[in-house]
Design a binder for this molecule. Structure first.
Ligand SMILES: [Zn+2]
Length: 240
């Protein structure tokens, strides 16, 4: 093969550079617009929840024909697909109760079989043998941040670490919202993180930390919870 003339490469390199700059610019724009609007609202909410009663969803509330009920009270501040840093996509919902630690109840959104792994301080997962929106498939609901910053759990004592396959009805009290992050010096704002996790096809849940292992919760809860489709609306029931 003949050697490339360096001068003939210049336009291609320029195109590659321009493409890179525009893609990076677009990603930064997406990141700032998605995160910026919602971050601003979350800060406003946490400062004074009573100023925004119209932002609130209620535990046990069912939106229209949606199969799941809301797992806790509060403002749904971050959505499925929100990006907290470039390259990251949020795998669930963050519902900020607006109260203090260990105050806002968390309930089961749908009946299923509760498991809490031995090392889980703030989390539990509920197996739903029959996904109401994908009959024949098993799916999982994951609830986390139910502990304080030091890892003192707010999950009910009925569900200690090591709990396996305990049946709970929809509406069963599971615990209370907390701010556990794994780093005592850097707790999260008090909220519940709730996500819908896919099954691996062998009866086990996939890694919740990867968004591709989770499902868009919008049709399950009847709210516009997909960050790509909801840029700036406060998520409340579709038919409100
Ligand atoms: Zn979250």
């Amino acid at each position: 093969m003949p050697a490339q003339n360096p001068r003939s490469m210049a336009p291609f390199l320029l195109i590659i550079a321009l493409t890179f700059v525009s893609v990076a610019g677009y990603m930064a724009f997406r990141w700032f617009t998605t995160d910026g609007n919602r971050t601003r609202n979350v800060i406003a909410w946490l400062r004074d929840p009573s100023a925004h009663p119209e932002w609130v969803v209620k535990a046990g509330q069912q939106c229209g024909e949606a199969p799941f009920t809301m797992p806790t009270d509060g403002y749904v501040g971050f959505l499925w697909g929100d990006s907290f840093r470039p390259g990251h996509h949020h795998q669930g919902l963050d519902i900020f109760g607006g109260g203090g630690l260990n105050q806002t109840p968390v309930i089961a959104a749908y009946p299923g079989y509760l498991t809490r792994l031995p090392e889980w301080k703030s989390s539990l997962i509920i197996r739903i043998p029959e996904d109401p929106l994908n009959p024949g498939q098993q799916v999982w609901t994951y609830y986390t941040h139910m502990a304080d910053s030091d890892g003192n759990s707010y999950i009910l004592p009925e569900y200690p670490p090591g709990t396996s396959e305990v049946f709970v009805e929809a509406g069963t009290l599971l615990g209370y919202q907390g701010n556990f992050s794994g780093d005592p010096n850097n707790p999260v704002g008090i909220h519940l993180h709730f996500s819908i996790v896919k099954d691996d096809g062998q009866g086990k849940f996939l890694n919740e930390l990867e968004i591709q292992n989770t499902l868009d919760p919008s049709p399950y809860l009847g709210l516009l919870l997909n960050a790509d489709q909801n840029r700036d609306q406060i998520p409340v029931c579709f038919d409100d």
